[in-house]
Design a protein around this ligand. Structure first.
Ligand SMILES: Cc1cc2nc3c(=O)[nH]c(=O)nc-3n(C[C@H](O)[C@H](O)[C@H](O)COP(=O)(O)O)c2cc1C
Length: 182
């Protein structure tokens, strides 16, 4: 029987959507059926009985998950506690050796602790991207200020900084679906 995976996620600027698309494509290439739900615009299924795995993730903004996937966890904690679950976040700190551990604690371990019953079989910290074209004036100024402190002196600010490691993303989803599907 074909295995089924559900990916429910939140994204503010589209980076996480692209990560989810790559996860879905990778899993589908392995013969798994994947449903993706962008929780801000789409309704998740009312039951997860038909799924072998539910993956929940979010882009991080100002130290927080987007609200929809957190609400999704809160509203479905009973069903999720009877389902195989994996979590991921997409964030800038994932690529910063000084911040990576903090990001793991704040954006993943603390969320898992907050919801007893949620027992993810895996979780992943995934590098994000800054795409200045997508931000309004205030956000662009804020992020440029934050990023400029990390640039070597004299280096010009690029219009896009992409920390996403596509090999890591494909490796994570491959291991994950292999562990539940075959
Ligand atoms: C206003 C703003 C605030 C951010 N705050 C954080 C943060 O606190 N920690 C972090 O690791 N990344 C932070 N980031 C980086 C985002 O997590 C990264 O851009 C990610 O790719 C966003 O995902 P999305 O495009 O799906 O919304 C921030 C980005 C923006 C634009």
């Amino acid at each position: 029987m074909t295995s089924k995976v559900l990916i429910c996620y939140g994204s503010r600027y589209g980076t996480t959507t692209e990560v989810v698309q790559e996860m879905a494509k990778t899993a589908e290439d392995l013969g798994v059926k994947v449903n993706t739900v962008f929780l801000k615009k789409e309704k998740p299924p009312s039951s997860f009985d038909e799924y072998d795995l539910v993956i929940i993730g979010s882009g991080i903004q100002a130290g927080r998950w987007t609200k929809e996937p957190l609400n999704f966890i809160k509203n479905n904690i009973d069903s999720l506690s009877r389902t195989k679950v994996a979590l991921f976040v997409v964030c800038a700190y994932a690529d910063d050796p000084e911040k990576r551990d903090e990001a793991q604690t704040l954006f993943l371990d603390n969320i898992i602790e907050q919801y007893p019953g949620l027992l993810p079989i895996s979780n992943a910290l995934i590098g994000g991207a800054f795409d200045f074209d997508k931000y309004n004036f205030a956000v662009r100024a804020l992020v440029k200020n934050m990023v400029s402190r990390k640039l070597p002196p004299g280096e010009e600010m690029p219009e896009k900084i992409d920390f996403r490691d596509w090999d890591q993303i494909r490796h994570w989803i491959t291991e994950l679906v292999s562990s539940v599907a075959f």
